[in-house]
Design a protein around this ligand. Sequence first.
Ligand SMILES: *Cc1c(COP(=O)(O)O)cnc(C)c1O
Length: 375
Amino acid sequence: MDTIKLVDLKRQYAALRHDILPAIESVLENMQLYLGPQTRAFEQEWATYTGARYAIGVDNGTDALLLTMRAYDIGPGDEVITPANTFVAVVEAIMATGATPVFVDCDPATYQIDVAAAAAAITTRTRAIVPAHLYGFAADIDALCAVAHPRGILVIEDASQAQGLHYRERNAGALADSAAFSLYYTKNLGAYGEAGIVTTSDAAIADRLRMLRQHGATAQDRYTTRIPGYNSRLDEIQAAILRVKLCHLDVWNARRRAIAMQYDELLGDIVAAPMPPAECDPVYYVYVVRLAERARIQQELREHGIETGIHYPVPLHLQPICAHLGYRSGRFPVAEAYADTILSLPMFAELADAEIERVATTVRAAVCQPSGAIR
Ligand SMILES: *Cc1c(COP(=O)(O)O)cnc(C)c1O
């Protein structure tokens, strides 16, 4: 039996290659590989798509977070609040600015940042809250802004798992002060390599980002470094690929929602799963379930040719890089319990109905052995 991969991008490529290959070729024939027409066009298209005024292409999502925080002058002495159950890149980005990450637990129903916990974690040093839209569900951004903005605290979306996400008639990328997107190849909108983009409607921040991504210099005066920056540009080949893929994003996201509904129907009676908040139209970067005997079930799925993942197995406050911050195990009980029990099932737009059924049947058989499920 064929393996069902967690993400199988060969199928998407097979469908797109007739558009992708000429796009790459045209960049190579033009031979302007950075900050050229493809990047400018993609930035414009992404700004329009998200509803933010500006979009600034960078090398990857981790840099998108780092450069955004640097653009706001977040640095040593500052604190940045983020959930304990997201990807470690946000911690690296906060630490790279010199600021201190402050973790909070997640909501037990949606698995998104717990807004009351974030409010309680605010101190006089807090400069920003950086919620992730985890799994392609929306964090409760309006509630976070209501807590943060009156105190002069920024809200920066980590929208890396949320390309195309709608929340209250608006789009991820235009929900708060700025947003950082990874466009890593496995994301809902992914390049064929590294890519990231920042969106904001603040002209001064957009200008700072354009400098920070290119050695702290302006485009007009490339060899004068005005602020210590980075080499972190979106490249033209990736921008050309992303422009082709952007035309399909809404259709892919709709298919991901349909797949999630099928999983819900086939498995909802035997496994726990995070509930998308009512005010969003989730884009299911991953489809997560929670299982008491995760290791055994993951192994059984592997033996039946079904690949799974864990997003993510180690809560951020328990990562070795955070040891000096003094968090102990037990501090964030929801995030910790979930890290031990979550499992991501195959999820990509080209997944066939028969494959969804095979995954569900195999999960059901594994779970329905004694004590496999969490109810
Ligand atoms: C993928 C991801 C990132 C990091 O993006 P890279 O492009 O791999 O640097 C950051 N945050 C979240 C939530 C992600 O899913």
